[in-house]
Ligand binder design. Structure first.
Ligand code: PLP
Length: 407
């Protein structure tokens, strides 16, 4: 008997990245020295999950009666204030925000899709994108459209962005755009100040056609080579012509993937609009997950708002950022010398090497004990999670890639 509704009949139960990771771990447990460059968690050079001591301590110190209790539906006030401050500091726009706590950045992206697009409409993002964007769109009965991410010059293809945004606005009357920078997943690309300026100009130019919501996925912001100000200085000029939202996550910034703490923050100067957005987002929280992990929010609120804690976390994080930056530098040296074709890699958890036959190449690499994530499409590519590759393995990784991609 068909209990599942037709649209759910053929859902794949396995997340491809988690499935590849499981396979790599099984082979490693069998004694093989595999390079597992599949999963986006930062591992130290001994393969251990990297954490921040001051954050771990803050989690341990949460009083039992707070951790065990229900949190407010929109998130605890201290946490939400801390996130807004983390994003916007003392800028005047910090006072013009609607914001809710969400389970990770994923929850924030979900709320953006459900609140700023009608069912059946499509969100717009770059042709390389984090796979769950599509899952989130599917799950919420929305579509996903892309613009070609890179031009011939290897820079952000703002002309393609403009064309796709205009087409979508004319076709569906509104747009929601997901942009992930710095340290874009999967390519490692960070938009330059000039690229943000062009994005702003395009959104400004097209905004009379219909409402545009920009959702800035800043999950990797603490690992970027540039500060968030590069983006903010341009994009904060947009409201009220466009709605500016941020999908904020503690998963990478505080190395707490399992805590499931994040937030959606919207900047809207109009008081009535802002109040309506706040109500709608809060309603979504109640209707999807009720409230976010109370202990997690309390711990992250503490590290965001207590200046001593915050300073220790920044100090501890710096070591991890440096570890990753030195892997990135090593990869760039070896991969560019080997002639591998990949976008400018400025830092962050991932990079992507172009490959016409990504799935074939990933299979060959797997046979050689190197696990990477193939990406389909005309811009076929292999995503490499350098965050989980030990420094000593980078030369074997690049050799393997070179052999398979440039035999
Ligand atoms: C591009 C991007 N956005 C958002 C997230 C959100 O992660 P989480 O829900 O764990 O905060 C991730 C996690 O891998 C990501 O890679």
């Amino acid at each position: 008997m068909a209990f599942l509704i037709p649209s759910r009949e053929a859902r794949p139960g396995d997340d491809p990245i988690f499935a590849l990771n499981a396979e790599a771990r099984a082979r490693a447990q069998g004694g093989e020295h595999v390079i597992n460059a599949t999963v986006g968690s930062l591992l130290d050079d001994d393969g251990k999950l990297a954490t921040l001591d001051s954050v771990v301590q803050a989690v341990r110190e949460v009083p039992a009666e707070i951790a065990a209790g229900y949190a407010p539906i929109a998130g605890s006030a201290e946490f939400v204030r801390g996130v807004v401050r983390d994003l916007l500091g003392d800028r005047p726009e910090a006072k013009l925000t609607a914001a809710v706590a969400t389970p990770g950045g994923t929850g924030a992206l979900r709320h953006a899709i459900a609140n700023f697009l009608e069912p059946g409409q499509g969100l717009l993002t770059s042709s390389f994108y984090w796979g769950p964007y599509k899952t989130l769109a599917d799950e919420n009965d929305r579509e996903l459209a892309t613009f070609k991410m890179f031009g011939e010059d290897g820079m952000l293809n703002t002309a393609a962005f403009r064309g796709s945004l205009e087409k979508q606005l004319k076709g569906q009357g509104r747009s929601l755009v997901f942009l992930n920078s710095p340290c874009h997943n999967p390519t490692g690309y960070s938009f330059t100040g000039d690229e943000w300026r062009k994005v702003r100009e395009i959104v400004e130019e097209l905004s009379p056609i219909g409402p545009i919501t920009l959702c800035l996925d800043v999950a990797y912001v603490r690992f970027g080579a540039q500060s968030l100000d590069v983006m903010l200085d341009e994009l904060l000029q947009l409201p009220p012509r466009a709605l500016l939202t941020f999908a904020w996550s503690a998963s990478k910034s505080f190395l707490q993937y399992g805590l499931r703490v994040g937030a959606l923050v919207a900047v809207q100067p109009d008081d009535d609009d802002r109040r309506r957005i706040q109500s709608s987002l809060t309603y979504s929280c109640r209707g999807v997950w009720s409230n976010v992990n109370a202990g997690g929010m309390a711990a992250i609120a503490r590290v965001l708002t207590d200046s001593d804690r915050r300073a220790s976390v920044d100090r501890e994080r710096k070591e991890h950022v440096q570890l990753l930056a030195s892997r990135v530098a090593r990869f760039n040296d070896l991969a560019s010398a080997a002639g591998l074709h990949y976008p400018r890699y400025d830092g962050g958890f991932f990079t992507t090497v172009f490959s016409k036959d990504a799935f074939g190449a990933a299979e060959k690499l797997k046979a050689a004990g190197i696990f990477v994530v193939p990406q389909a499409g005309p811009d076929g590519a292999l995503r490499i999670a350098l965050c989980s590759v030990a420094d000593k393995d980078i030369s074997r990784l690049v050799e393997g890639l070179t052999k398979v991609l440039q035999p």
